[in-house]
Design a binder for this molecule. Structure first.
Ligand code: PAF
Length: 282
């Protein structure tokens, strides 16, 4: 496995690869959620590239860019054991000009972008789409793997690929959870013991939402009330019901309902997201 930190070497190495290329874009601090993406990519491709890049332009002012966990050596061990061919871990100035106000960006501008995470993180999806597009171009990957925990990100990237005709297949991968159902996230590292206990109520609210929906008697309002009472020790940013195919908000639940939650823990102000399809078979 090679760890490459510059574009010139990445391009040379890609030229010498035979067969299909799978890309797993990450910001590092890899956990079992990432590992499930990498394992799937290794199964489905002749070569797998994992990018590890804490992308500054997708963080808003005051967010956790500086403290975001960076652990390249540990990440490299996980990748090597999983059968990854190349880790691409560039420095910021390899990816962007010094003047961050003077870049060509991809700025998706339809309504889904400004909702949910886009509402509290203005410009976030411009940063995500721009870096992902660069990674697609640089790696010439045939398939790219994204986790369904970031459901809105996945939706926006799938649409970008369609709208801009990228020649790449996006492979959605299921959410991976800890034994107690907390959705895996690199940001779980920030949690104190108390935060972590409180955070469990996010997945609890989602699993209860699913149970309630499947009784066929619960309304959206009843599900929201139950969720908010479970999450009383968190600062809930949103609990939203959207159609999984359009990301349009729903007034009533139906077979396509995806429930999404974003909430901050009280001790460390860690922002966590999670989601569930109400009618997906367990
Ligand atoms: O989901 C992430 O880790 C990031 O948003 C991504 C897709 C790697 C882009 O920086």
């Amino acid at each position: 496995m090679k760890i490459i930190d510059n574009i010139k070497e990445l391009k040379e190495n890609i030229k010498s690869l035979n067969g299909s290329i799978g890309l797993v874009p990450t910001m590092g601090a890899l956990h079992d959620g990432h590992k499930s993406l990498i394992d799937k990519a290794v199964k489905e491709n002749d070569n797998v590239i994992v990018s590890i890049f804490v992308n500054p332009i997708q963080f808003c002012a005051g967010e956790d860019l500086d403290k975001y966990p960076r652990q390249l050596q540990l990440d490299a061990k996980l990748c090597e054991e999983a059968g990854v061919k190349i880790i691409f871990a560039p420095k910021v100035n390899e990816m962007y000009d010094d003047d961050k106000n003077n870049l060509t960006l991809i700025c998706p501008s339809y309504s889904v972008v400004d909702k949910l995470c886009g509402k509290s993180r203005p410009g976030h999806f411009d940063g995500v789409c721009s870096v992902v597009a660069k990674l697609f171009n640089l790696t010439k990957a045939h398939k790219a793997y994204f986790g369904q925990k970031d459901a809105q990100q996945l939706f926006i990237i799938q649409k970008m690929v369609r709208d801009l005709n990228f020649d790449i297949e996006i492979i959605p991968c299921p959410i991976v959870r800890e034994k107690d159902n907390l959705a895996m996230s690199s940001r779980n590292k920030y949690l104190t013991q108390k935060d972590r206990l409180d955070a469990l109520n996010i997945s609890k609210a989602l699993f209860e939402a699913k149970k309630l929906a499947q009784t066929n008697t619960a309304t959206k309002r009843a599900i929201i009330d139950n969720s908010l009472s479970l999450m009383k020790d968190l600062n809930v940013e949103y609990i939203e019901f959207v159609d999984k195919n359009t990301f349009m908000e729903q007034d009533e639940i139906d077979k396509n309902t995806l429930v999404l939650i974003a909430a901050r823990t009280k001790e460390t102000n860690t922002r966590l997201i999670d989601n569930i399809l109400l009618w997906e078979l367990v």
